[in-house]
Design a protein around this ligand. Structure first.
Ligand code: AVJ
Length: 316
């Protein structure tokens, strides 16, 4: 099911009524937020995208070998977005004459249309079967109707946004949607020099601040809230002991914010926080635990030359 606007409203009310205010990072990605995220990916400090691109561009052959799949098979990408990262992998497979279907899944019809057009133009021999909707509905349907082996792609390090219990639940759901022998290639950001991690999020260009403030803008746009964006700042910190990068908005004054057409208003004390995101960095041990907990085993870890990021292969 698509996230309805009233789900957004409910989540906002629950989050901003909590003793420690929070909003879910999944609401970052409206059209404007998605554009700002692209700007983040282009920042030199935001190493994640470059690392993953390097892995997929230079190790496509090894990734393919590690699958040991019969042909034809499926490549199912969850949250494909603009598919920029995946392009190199697809291109490699086509150049080798590998027989597979590419099934990108995304909640946004517009994103899927654009991706399909792009790929048809640049990889005309690609068999692309885009699906719009909820990951698990589409996966459930495929599991029932499609006999071929599947490689699931969950790239970009998105797993880091899920707090521990939610990450376990998500992995369980992946496992249940997969047939025996299916595999999952997941992008995971690794623990490393804390300075490198901190620089990627506390960016000096102010793009990440704009990304966070867009949540307030979105509430103004969609829920008729009256946030004054000048009265909030962005703050983040990294805890190298547990790998958690936490992001917040900070109220710069004592202020009251209303939601139009409701009785709800929220008070922000000066310096009060809204927690907006967790971007968890994993150790190898934690990745193995995540796998084991949800019935997977990690069979291969692909890494960039700096060893900052991994695309790890989870087998059921
Ligand atoms: C898209 C979830 C991988 O957590 O690194 C970038 C989003 N937040 N800068 C991340 C994000 C702040 C990003 N993910």
């Amino acid at each position: 099911m698509k996230n309805m606007p009233n789900t957004f409203k409910k989540d906002v009310i629950v989050g901003l009524s909590a003793k420690e205010k929070y909003l879910s990072s999944k609401y970052f990605y409206d059209d404007e937020g998605s554009r700002i995220f692209k700007e983040i990916m282009e920042m030199a400090e935001y190493y994640l995208s470059d690392c993953e691109y390097e892995i997929l561009a230079t190790q496509a052959d090894k990734i393919f070998e590690s699958l040991a799949f019969d042909q034809p098979f499926n490549i199912i990408e969850l949250g494909a977005g603009d598919g920029a990262k995946t392009f190199k992998l697809l291109e490699f497979l086509l150049s080798k004459g590998v027989n597979f279907d590419y099934i990108p899944i995304d909640i946004s019809q517009e994103a899927m249309n654009m991706l399909s057009q792009q790929l048809q133009k640049n990889l005309p021999s690609l068999k692309i079967k885009p699906a719009v909707g909820d990951y698990f509905e589409v996966l459930g349907q495929l599991k029932k109707t499609n006999k071929h082996q599947s490689l699931l792609l969950f790239l970009g390090g998105n797993i880091g946004n899920y707090p521990k219990e939610e990450a376990f639940r998500l992995m369980d759901l992946f496992n249940q949607s997969m047939k025996a022998g299916d595999k999952l290639l997941m992008g995971i950001d690794l623990q490393k020099n804390p300075q490198v991690i901190y620089q990627a999020y506390s960016d000096p260009h102010g793009i990440t601040k704009r990304f966070n403030l867009n949540l307030l803008k979105r509430m103004n746009r969609e829920l008729g809230a009256n946030f004054n964006l000048n009265e909030f700042d962005f703050y983040c910190y990294y805890n190298p002991r547990n790998g958690e990068l936490l992001s917040y908005l900070v109220s710069l004054s004592d202020q009251e914010v209303r939601l139009a057409n409701t009785d709800f208003s929220f008070h922000f004390a000066k310096d009060e926080l809204i927690w907006t995101e967790q971007s968890k960095k994993y150790s190898f041990k934690e990745i193995d635990m995540l796998a084991k907990h949800s019935g997977f085993e990690v069979s291969h870890r692909f890494m960039d030359s700096k060893r900052y990021f991994t695309d790890s292969l989870f087998v059921k």
